[in-house]
Design a protein. Structure first.
Length: 319
């Protein structure tokens, strides 16, 4: 069985694009109140996932209530298991659902659990997640900087804003023209959008062509989106790489190391399972030569963003 990808809500599970992509496990311990879903039930739920899949990667949004994160860490602590990775993400709800889908796609490949869990942070930098907003008056400035001018204009009837939360926060006021000032992806993507109480015309008719999206698909708006964006007048969207062969090469091209604490493979600078940081370059053991992409998987995408083998795939300035 592939490594289990677990999420904290059913609306973070997008439909599988093919019959090979498994669904995600919805953690009832995160959905239900501790009053109605006991710790014993939460332990049984997680233990069952481990028994069936070997390892569990639990995606938890940074915006989730503190009680959700505490319950996940409590379950991991009581089980004394090093097979549970709790991955926190700053992505907005639809962007997080897309990340979960990409990890689900990659879970059927030959990546080890440590590499797959570490890939969550890498893949997040290639998801362009944002929203069309009818108001930014209550938008959390810790997520996207809202100027006083934008704050004042948001009270005007009919005002609309285009906001980008990832990979870099951006906010622009729409003027009614066809211009798109939001920086888009420089590689082939599919655009998913989820309408709230705004018409999606700007997203489908202006943003999608400007970003050269290969496909535009409507999905259900996650329940958390209105709280995350602080308004019901929105259309959330996320542009991401849909091709599993490109995702595979993107992850495969990054140097792998072994965690000095738990021994799992990882990419990046920290193990997603035990949170141990990677030692400085001078203290790392020499890596054996390995074939990162098996011959059966050597696909050459036309416009993939994969870096050269042995280099870091994180964008410059990313942490």
């Amino acid at each position: 069985m592939p490594t289990a990808i677990a999420v904290t809500g059913p609306d973070l599970v997008l439909p599988s694009p093919d019959r090979h992509t498994p669904s995600a496990a919805v953690l009832q311990s995160a959905v239900q109140s501790p009053r109605t879903y006991s710790l014993d039930q939460a332990l049984t739920e997680m233990h069952t996932l481990i028994e069936h899949h070997g390892y569990v990667i639990a995606l938890c949004p940074s915006s989730a209530p503190a009680s959700v994160a505490r319950r996940l860490h409590a379950v991991r602590s009581v089980l004394e298991s090093d097979r549970i990775a709790i991955v926190r993400s700053d992505l907005p709800p639809l962007g997080l659902a897309v990340l979960a889908l990409q990890l689900r796609q990659l879970s059927v490949c030959d990546f080890s659990p440590g590499v797959l869990a570490s890939a969550a942070r890498l893949l997040s930098h290639y998801i362009h997640a944002g929203a069309l907003l009818g108001s930014v008056a209550r938008l959390d400035r810790g997520r996207i900087d809202v100027s006083l001018e934008s704050h004042a204009k948001s009270w005007l009837p009919g005002s609309q804003f285009a906001a980008l939360a990832a990979p870099q926060p951006e906010l622009v006021k729409l003027t009614g023209g066809d211009e798109v000032d939001l920086p888009g992806p420089g590689f082939a993507t599919t655009l998913l959008y989820a309408p709230g109480r705004l018409a999606p015309d700007w997203v489908t008719g202006t943003l999608a062509p400007a970003w050269k999206s290969q496909e535009v698909t409507e999905v259900q708006l996650p329940a958390e989106s209105e709280r995350w964006w602080a308004t019901a007048k929105l259309v959330e969207f996320a542009a991401a790489i849909p091709d599993i062969s490109v995702l595979y090469q993107l992850v495969s091209s990054v140097r792998r190391d072994d965690c000095h604490w738990c021994g799992l493979e990882l990419i990046g600078d920290r193990c997603a399972f035990c949170a141990a940081p990677l030692p400085p370059p001078g203290e790392r053991p020499a890596q054996p030569t390995r074939t990162l992409v098996p011959a059966s998987h050597r696909l050459r995408p036309a416009a993939g963003p994969a870096p050269a083998p042995g280099t870091s795939a994180l964008p410059r300035g990313a942490t």
